[in-house]
Structures are given as structure tokens and as C-alpha cells.
Write a protein that binds this ligand. Structure first.
Ligand code: ADP
Ligand code: ASP
Ligand code: MG
Length: 405
């Protein structure tokens, strides 16, 4: 008998039949004698719909009210999943994030988990019930509902697995595992049987939305080994863990594309100490994640600052930058028609020529490089959004990732 945490994503619980499918899978595990804590997401599309509706009533909704609203998506699926289990004779009880003792800080819409008090949940678990927990939500120490950032049900599952010392953590989604590129875009993408936390973290943070970035960070910190697999079949998935015995000479592990970014060009700011500090301080105070910062110094004592922000935070960035630019001069322009494409692999640390191969492949697709940034294990470029899919396929082929499977 094992203690297992499972997480089912939005597509896996997308409608009544799929919820029944999930219930059937849970029953089979329960019948085999396992203890089960199951985290579910909102039905696919529900969180997006709720955000759209919020924007219809107020262009820049308050983060607190957004959290109040978004939490209902998961609250629907926990109750329906518990009911579906009752319908097939399985004892089950649903828990909201607060009821599951998931305490977070106060950063509405991107709260961090501070502690988990799993005591009540564990009592129910020990009495033989299947526990269904709402993903993506928690509660702060004043009793306010918070959410954990998009894709945050992954984090709920991994944090719960750590808190209750689960023997296994399984992330069920709509693809068979983690691939060398998004299998919906690159047909030749190969499923990886294993991947290290470091590479999974880079792929996730660079746009492979199969796992939420913060959930992978959490897993690495608490050494939670987890498996990404499909809720629609029984194929083995991808194990994500610390050490992976990789094939030699694998330089690039995968290609990631992030189409949810905007490029910001702040031009003609005063070229003097403190300008960049001012611009990025106001963005930090508005809780905006900035990436790929490049500065070019122009003539006449002015400079241009270019960087990327998540598309969902663009409106906040526009608002935050306004007053700062009055002080340091300059004007901001935003471009939403961009995508960030990245290649990731720990092998890059010891191999040369990765940038050249990447840029050649991109050149052949006619993609112009608007920004470039590198780290030890990744290279990212910003290109036009409408070229991103073809570019991903070309880059995947250039690094021969179809041979990795
Ligand atoms: P869930 O709702 O189950 O959390 P997500 O939509 O968040 O599922 O993530 C799964 C999706 O991630 C897949 O449908 C796939 O299109 C996309 N994806 C992007 N990059 C990758 C990758 N490298 N490997 C697997 N899936 C990927
Ligand atoms: N429902 C939330 C979202 O769409 C959380 C999740 O699905 O993991 O982001
Ligand atoms: Mg997800």
C-alpha cells in the first residue's frame, strides 16, 4: 500500500464524462489498497473565462477580487469529482485549499505557500476516504482566499506530496509526459523518460506549460520526485528528479516557446546613474516579472531599455511605468506580437557552437532576432510570434532532438 498524490489538470476534468473517467481511475487505485490525495484543476477554459469576465466589468480588476472569483473554478471540480466517486461507491470528501490547510503569503494571484497543516486531511485519509483537494488556491493568515499563479494546481500537488510525505506524486495531463518540444506544435517531439529538475525548471520557466515553474522549484527544494503522465491512457510518463543518467553528448534537451510575453521598449531615457533603477523599481513594486533586459546607449545622453514582461502583466506595466517616465524622460512602446524561443540543456555548459546552430536554424526560417539572452544551460531569443511554431520545428530538427526518445 502506498500513499499517492495525484493531480488531474483542466482537460482531464474538462466535462462530466472526463470527471467520471478520473473517478474510475481513482477507484482502481483505491481498490488496489492505496491511500489517495487527489488535486484537481478547474475545467479547461474556466479560469480564462472568469478572467475575461472580470475584465469586462473592470479593465484592471483588483487582485483580491480576482482570487475570490478564480477560486470557484476549482471548487466546482472538487465537489463534482467527490460526487462522481460516491456514485461508484467510493468514499471521498472534497477540500478547498483553506480546508486542506494550505497557508500562503498575501500576494494575491501569485501567492507563495508558507505552510501546510494537513492534520484534518490526514485523519480523513487514514479513515479510508479519498481526499479531493482544490488546486491553485490557499488562504492567507487573515483568512483571505489566494491563488498560486497560473498552472498552480501543479504546485498544490507537489507541496501536498511533500507535506504528507507521499510515496508517489503523479501529475496527470493531456499528453503522455514531458517532450523535447510541445508535441502539439512539433510532431517529431520525443517523450523523455526522465528529466532533471534543472532542465525541467528551465523548460517550464521558458514557456513549456506542461508544468508550472514554481511547482518544479518546490519539488527541487524538497526533493519531491514526480511523474508527468496522461489521464487518457496508461503509458509510462516522464520522471522528474534530481539526478538523471543522461546519454552522453546530449547538448540540448528541449525547445520551449512562450507566446505569452510582451516586449517593452523604453526609449530616450536619461543616460545617467539611477535611471534603470527607477524604471525597474516601479515594475518590481507592481509585482511584475521582468526578463531579457537589454540597454543600448544612444547619442545625446539618452539610452533605450528593452525587456520582456508576461503578457498578462502588460496593462499593469503600462500603468506602473507612467509616473516613472515623467521623472527619467522617455516613452514606452509595447509589442505583443512576439514570442520567446529557447533551447535548454545542461550539456551546454561544456559544449560550444550551440548559439551558432540555433541562429542558423532560425535564419533559415526568416525569423529576425529581436533580443538574445543566455545562461549556463539555455539560450533564448525573442522573435515574431507568427514565426514561432515554424522556428520551433526548425530548431528541433537542427539539434536532432527527434533522436532523443
Ligand atoms: P493541465 O491542464 O493538465 O495542467 P497544461 O495545458 O497546463 O495541462 O499543460 C499540458 C500542455 O503543455 C500540453 O497539452 C502541451 O501542449 C503543452 N506543452 C508545452 N511544452 C510541452 C513539452 N515540452 N512537453 C509536453 N507538453 C508540453
Ligand atoms: N485553473 C488554474 C489555471 O488555469 C490552475 C491550474 O489549472 O493549474 O491556471
Ligand atoms: Mg497546467
Amino acid at each position: 500500500m502506498a500513499r499517492i498524490v495525484q493531480k488531474y489538470g483542466g482537460t482531464s476534468v474538462g466535462d462530466v464524462d472526463r470527471i467520471k473517467n478520473v473517478a474510475g481511475r481513482i477507484k482502481a487505485m483505491r481498490d488496489a489498497g492505496h491511500e489517495l490525495v487527489v488535486v484537481v484543476s478547474a475545467r479547461a477554459g474556466v479560469t480564462n473565462e472568469l478572467i475575461a469576465r472580470a475584465k469586462q466589468v473592470c479593465p484592471l480588476p483588483s487582485d483580491r477580487e480576482l482570487d475570490q472569483l478564480l477560486a470557484i473554478g476549482e471548487q466546482e471540480t472538487i465537489a463534482l469529482t467527490a460526487m462522481a466517486l460516491h456514485g461508484i461507491g467510493v468514499e471521498a470528501v472534497s477540500y478547498t485549499g483553506a480546508q486542506a490547510g494550505i497557508f500562503t503569503d498575501k500576494a494575491h494571484t501569485k501567492a507563495k505557500i508558507k505552510t501546510i497543516n494537513p492534520k484534518p486531511l490526514l485523519e480523513d485519509l487514514k479513515s479510508g476516504k479519498v481526499i479531493i483537494v482544490a488546486g491553485f488556491q490557499g488562504i492567507d493568515d487573515e483568512g483571505q482566499i489566494t491563488t498560486l499563479g497560473r498552472g498552480g494546481s501543479d504546485l498544490t500537488a507537489i507541496a501536498l506530496a511533500a507535506a504528507i510525505q507521499a510515496d508517489k506524486c503523479e501529475i496527470y495531463t493531456d499528453v503522455d509526459g514531458v517532450y523535447t518540444a510541445d508535441p502539439r506544435v512539433v510532431k517529431e517531439a520525443q517523450k523523455l523518460s526522465e528529466i532533471s529538475y534543472d532542465e525541467m525548471l528551465e523548460l517550464a520557466s521558458l514557456g513549456s506549460k506542461v508544468m508550472q515553474t514554481r511547482s518544479v522549484e518546490f519539488a527541487a527544494k524538497y526533493n519531491v520526485v514526480f511523474e508527468v503522465r496522461s489521464s487518457f491512457n496508461t503509458n509510462p510518463g516522464t520522471i522528474v528528479k534530481q539526478e538523471v543518467a543522461y546519454m552522453e553528448k546530449v547538448v540540448v534537451r528541449g525547445v520551449a516557446v512562450d507566446k505569452d510575453q510582451a516586449k517593452v521598449v523604453v526609449s530616450n531615457v536619461l543616460d545617467k546613474p539611477g535611471t534603470a533603477a527607477r524604471v525597474f523599481r516601479v515594475l518590481a513594486e507592481a509585482n511584475i516579472n521582468v526578463d531579457m533586459i537589454v540597454q543600448n546607449v544612444g547619442r545625446g545622453g539618452v539610452a533605450n531599455l528593452t525587456f520582456t514582461v508576461p503578457l498578462s502583466e502588460k496593462d499593469k506595466a503600462v500603468k506602473a511605468l507612467g509616473p516613472a517616465l515623467q521623472e527619467v524622460g522617455g516613452e514606452a512602446a509595447f509589442d505583443e506580437k512576439i514570442a520567446k524561443l529557447s533551447v535548454v540543456g545542461v550539456g551546454m555548459k561544456t559544449h560550444s557552437g550551440v548559439a551558432a546552430t540555433l541562429f542558423e536554424a532560425l535564419a533559415k526560417t526568416g525569423a529576425n532576432l529581436e533580443l538574445i539572452s543566455t545562461s549556463e544551460i539555455k539560450i533564448s531569443v525573442v522573435i515574431a510570434k507568427d514565426k514561432a511554431d515554424a522556428a520551433a520545428r526548425a530548431v528541433h530538427a537542427a539539434f536532432q532532438l527527434e533522436k532523443l526518445g
